[in-house]
Design a protein around this ligand. Structure first.
Ligand code: IMP
Length: 381
């Protein structure tokens, strides 16, 4: 059976958690393929809200195998906290959670580096979640990183001390003051805990599941416009959030991909810095934020809000080969007399395009809107 991929088509926070929560019972495997504790998938179980950061959303169902793929970066401290908080609602967590040995480890010093790099950037900061995501992927690509599987090797401590010393050196060069000593003890306890979980070669696990005809859902985090290659670079996250990320982040071949479920909101939001052509900085934006409860699930930061951006959405649909579109939160617009949708961008020379220009921050565009009368009634009624 083919692998279904579910992903966000905007700047994250499209409501993926809610859809995965709804769809997960139909699947035998749910797998995360990129990102890490920067994500926050909110779902409800037993009438209680849970925010999952690194653990796949099928965790509450004992029959589902939950795979944390090689494409992720894992913070052991956050991971331990997450597993311990979930135990009450997911007692089988030790049996139905599988972590790739090839996923990378976020060290306490990666988080400090994240903050230090943001400080150095000043006004040009990315608005990172400060979870250490960028520096950990940087070490992965720079072939210096530590992986989950390293925890099982006899010289793990040596490897850890080496990378930590390198980070200290970098932080010293940046003149950044910090103290990770207290946190280090918690980190070491957390990695001991991690070793009690199922650490495995998840690429075999998932390919065996494919061979046995099991139904698999690959669960994306963030959104297409935050993709490291195709998002609004450099104001992006450090992983491939598009469908291609599911292939490298799980170790599956392209012919196994079936449905691609693309989630978007009836309007747009963005957390952190970076271009956002349809952003509304006045009362309408505030109204969207309040009605849509647009505050970050991971950081609590208020999200920037704006009208639906069709050129960006069409771009994301193209990159992902979306086969099913799911629109979320249309009910947030119930009260609006008028709703606007951006259909094109007007460029500096006055020409119009419905394609995404190379760089929105240095060469801004003016959104061209189509206006619609609002339905002004409760859609749920
Ligand atoms: P990082 O992934 O923490 O390095 O953050 C890079 C950019 O991606 C920042 O603008 C963040 O606000 C944004 N970002 C990262 N994760 C999420 C998410 O799960 N939802 C929305 N934005 C995110």
């Amino acid at each position: 059976m083919a692998v279904s991929v579910l992903l966000g088509l905007q700047w994250g926070d499209e409501g993926k958690g809610k859809i995965v929560d709804f769809l997960a019972p139909q699947f035998q495997v749910v797998a995360r393929f990129q990102g890490g504790p920067n994500a926050g998938h909110t779902l409800e179980f037993d009438g209680q809200k849970h925010v999952l950061h690194q653990i796949p959303s099928g965790i509450f169902r004992p029959h589902i195998k939950n795979i944390v793929g090689n494409g992720l970066v894992i913070d052991p401290i956050v991971f331990r906290r997450e597993v311990e908080n979930l135990r009450q609602h997911a007692p089988e967590i030790s049996q139905n959670l599988f972590i790739s040995k090839k996923a990378h480890l976020i060290l306490p010093t990666h988080r400090v580096l994240d903050a230090a790099y943001e400080k150095v950037k000043g006004e040009k900061k990315i608005g990172s979640t400060l979870r250490g995501i960028g520096p950990t992927y940087q070490n992965k690509i720079g072939r210096q990183g530590l992986r989950i599987g390293d925890l099982l090797t006899p010289n793990f401590d040596e490897k850890y001390q080496y990378l930590k010393a390198h980070h200290h050196q970098l932080l010293h060069q940046l003149g950044y003051e910090y103290d990770t000593q207290a946190e280090e003890a918690t980190f070491l306890e957390a990695i001991a805990f991690l070793k009690t979980l199922q650490l495995c070669d998840t690429e075999y696990l998932i390919n065996d599941a494919i061979a046995q005809g099991e139904s698999i859902l690959a669960e994306g985090a963030q959104g297409a416009m935050l993709d490291i290659d195709f998002g609004s670079y450099p104001y992006v996250t450090s992983s491939n959030t598009i469908v291609a990320g599911a292939l490298t982040g799980l170790g599956i071949a392209p012919q196994h991909i079936g449905e691609v479920l693309g989630i978007f909101k009836a309007y747009c939001t963005r957390v952190g810095s970076g271009p956002f052509p349809t952003e509304l900085q006045e009362a309408t934006g505030e109204k969207l934020r309040q009605i849509g409860r647009e505050f970050g699930a991971t950081t609590g930061r208020p999200r920037r809000c704006g009208w639906l951006d069709l050129p960006a959405l069409k771009y994301a649909v193209m990159l992902n080969g979306v086969t099913q579109l799911l629109m979320m939160k249309a009910d947030v617009l119930n009260d609006f007399e008028e709703i606007q949708v951006c259909t094109h961008y007007e460029q500096e020379d006055g020409s119009r395009t419905d394609r995404l220009p190379y760089c929105l921050q240095d060469v801004p565009v003016r959104p061209v809107y189509q206006r619609f009368e609002g339905w002004q009634q409760d859609l749920g009624a």
